[in-house]
Design a protein. Sequence first.
Length: 677
Amino acid sequence: MEVEEYVEHFSALVELEREEQMRLHEAEMQRLSGREREEKGRALLNMRGKSQGLGLGGKYMVRFTKQNRTELPENEIEVGDLVLVSKPGTVPWAESSQTGTVAEKTGYSILVAFDDMPPGFVFRKGIRIDLFVNDITFQRMLEALKRFKRLPRKRKDKLLGKSEPEFDAIPTVDFFNDSLNASQREAVRKSLATRDFLLIHGPPGTGKTITCVEVITQLVSRGYRVLAAADSNVAVDNLVERLDRLGLNVVRIGHPARVIPALRRRSLDYLVQHEREYTGAQALRERAYSIKERMREFTLPEMRWRRGLSDDEIAKLAEEGRTTRGIPKEKIAGMKRWIDLKHEIDRLFRDARALEERAVSRILKNAQVICVTNSTAGSELLRGEKFEFAVIDEATQSTEPSTLIPLLKAKRIIMAGDHKQLPPTVLNEEAMRGGLSRSLFERLIELYGDRIRVMLEVQYRMNEEIAEFPNREFYDGKLRAAEHVKRRTIADLVPSLSSLAFIRADKPLIFIDTADSGLFAERKRWGSTSRENEGEARVVKAIAERLLDAGIRAEDIAVISPYEDQVSLIRMLLEVEGLEIKTVDGFQGREKEVVIVSFVRSNRTGDIGFLSDLRRLNVSITRAKRKLILIGNSRTLEHEACYRRLIALAKSRSGYMEIEDLGMGFRNPERSKDQLR
């Protein structure tokens, strides 16, 4: 692909995805009433705001609570989300609606940060708050694609597969982390030798983030200032936490609301408060906001009073005490005073920004490592900043245009990820078909293979029997379990094995087969594109409750399913504090001692939907440390050969059970008339 074609191709895909996300949110806001949006967890109604003054970075903070001070309903709005705050009696897409970022969430309130002082309506009753799309990320991807065209020809050719990436001689390294295994050490050495890019392929549990941290530490010890990035805030915070523990001078850039509280002392907004210019900037802002309050006393120069007059003409008329075009003198004087105050406010904010920029520049210049999300790497704060190295974690979970944002800030790139797990989330089908869901990491592996890749080969998560299938199926048999995890089982967590006999406590991998039972048919809710399986949900509930009764902590158990509706159903049936119930996609990167998977699909035609994306299967079966319990209909799943091999392996390891083998009241109606309890 030529450069122009590449840029045009991905720009079009980004626009498609941007329009799709906005369309979905706006369509739902228009299609559903506010009450229906609230029931879905994507809106909060009848809210009222109370000013909390200025927060980190000069953001104006407003705390919203229910008018009647009751607990907030269950909702999807989380810290860091962009929300739309709407005036009472208007629709969310009205011109008056304001966007803000959620800075804090409790059971009774959410704290929203606004870039500027919000309008007075946010302090009235009847406010509506909607979850919304953050458009800035798309704008930064498009800007990165434009900047790609300006890269040196040699670098573009390597990224497009037209010339070979280069490496210096592999250096001798004194490792800071003595516990690194051989493949991790090789990844570090080769990272230091790359002149273009290196890919660290980290299968589940192989310590790719630990390896990235060692790479960054080695680079800092050699005098480099490093840009460290990842697709999600959680992954960035993980890097910050580990680097901070090593004593490096780390600065985390990003909205304070998106940084976990324990790491806020490493955030730029926190650090800048301790610079001498910051106090002055805050004083100027406070003065500007107080003047803004006074502006309400004077005439707003809107069209009905301005009547085509410029600011200068209004000022001259006021000074001369004259009127024109039928405008009363007192209105002209009021407009002049309003304009003067506006100019004063603009000056105060401009001076505050200049002071803060000086402090920020000094902090960034002194930082050894700057940590950001991919999107934040394209912010104004880093405009003009260049790095010799960028280390990008979670590189297989971000689209190529997203990865370009931090990539363009550095000459040499180290990316870590696993293209055998879930790809970037893309909602628009045309954009997906066009390749937006394929990461840059995956494309470069297809171009250059092992010439630019180092695979981490020791996994520290799973019992070797749990790891056996994904190792064979997805990693060419190269993975091996570390000695201290290879034989650990659920028996280590409970005092009595007999209490876990119902799920064969000594077998790390169990497949519970629901085939041939009408009680385990999938179904689709009206108006939903997802699926649920009530029979499987009740089996999950029964198993989880027995595990808890046996003494396993709720915090050590996770229930996952590929389908959102199944997750919602299980959450309704199984309300246990500390026990996580999530979609497979939402649990990527996580791990638990015990994982229960509900596959859901159960039909006569063998249709398994998006379960046919085997990367989703790989994520499902690589989250458990000691016990993996799979629940599904073998007759449906076995239409895909990979699932057939998985079930065959469970049988060969004595880990296969039919539903009635559970001995918990579940029966196959083909053999018994008992009803599901």
